[in-house]
Design a protein around this ligand. Structure first.
Ligand code: TYD
Length: 137
């Protein structure tokens, strides 16, 4: 299964400009329970460095750009998030890191559950152990 899964949002454009609609279970493939966004990020500061046990998310750069590294424990891939009409799926048990933020970057994330620190795996070795255990069962 491919590590990088893009979610393309249709753009409704006319001479006045462009508009993207994000709807639960339509353009976004789950029921959205939470939306958060990162802004005023520093160009030389990386963030993320965690995976989730159960959470599914879609991340989209609505302004500016940044890079995202995805890592499922056996494969790593790094992509640019640089389009307001292209999101990336952040599935459960995928370690992710964000970096190379442009000054104007606004990274919006849609999530299928409320914030729960218990769902985070913030230690990379623990992440590898959970992934391995998951494959073995
Ligand atoms: P953190 O997970 O460290 O951000 P990132 O993964 O982007 O590096 O979150 C920063 C802080 O915000 C941390 O104290 C947890 C808090 N937080 C919430 O309270 N609710 C949320 O939905 C999120 C995503 C973070």
């Amino acid at each position: 299964m491919s590590l990088v899964k893009w979610v393309n949002f249709p753009v409704k454009g006319d001479e006045r400009g462009s508009l993207v609609v994000l709807e639960a279970s339509r353009s976004v493939p789950f029921q959205i329970k939470r939306v958060y966004y990162l802004f005023s990020t520093k160009e030389d500061v990386a963030r993320g460095f965690h995976a989730h046990k159960e959470l599914y998310q879609v991340a989209v750069c609505v302004a500016g750009k940044c890079r995202m590294l995805l890592d499922n424990g056996s494969e790593k891939q790094s992509v640019w998030l640089d389009s307001p009409h292209k999101g990336i799926m952040l599935e459960k048990l995928v370690w992710h890191e964000m970096y190379d933020f442009s000054e104007d970057c606004v990274l919006m994330v849609l999530a299928d559950s409320y914030y729960d620190e218990e769902d985070y795996i913030r230690n990379y070795d623990s992440f590898l152990r959970v992934v391995k255990k998951n494959h073995d069962t």
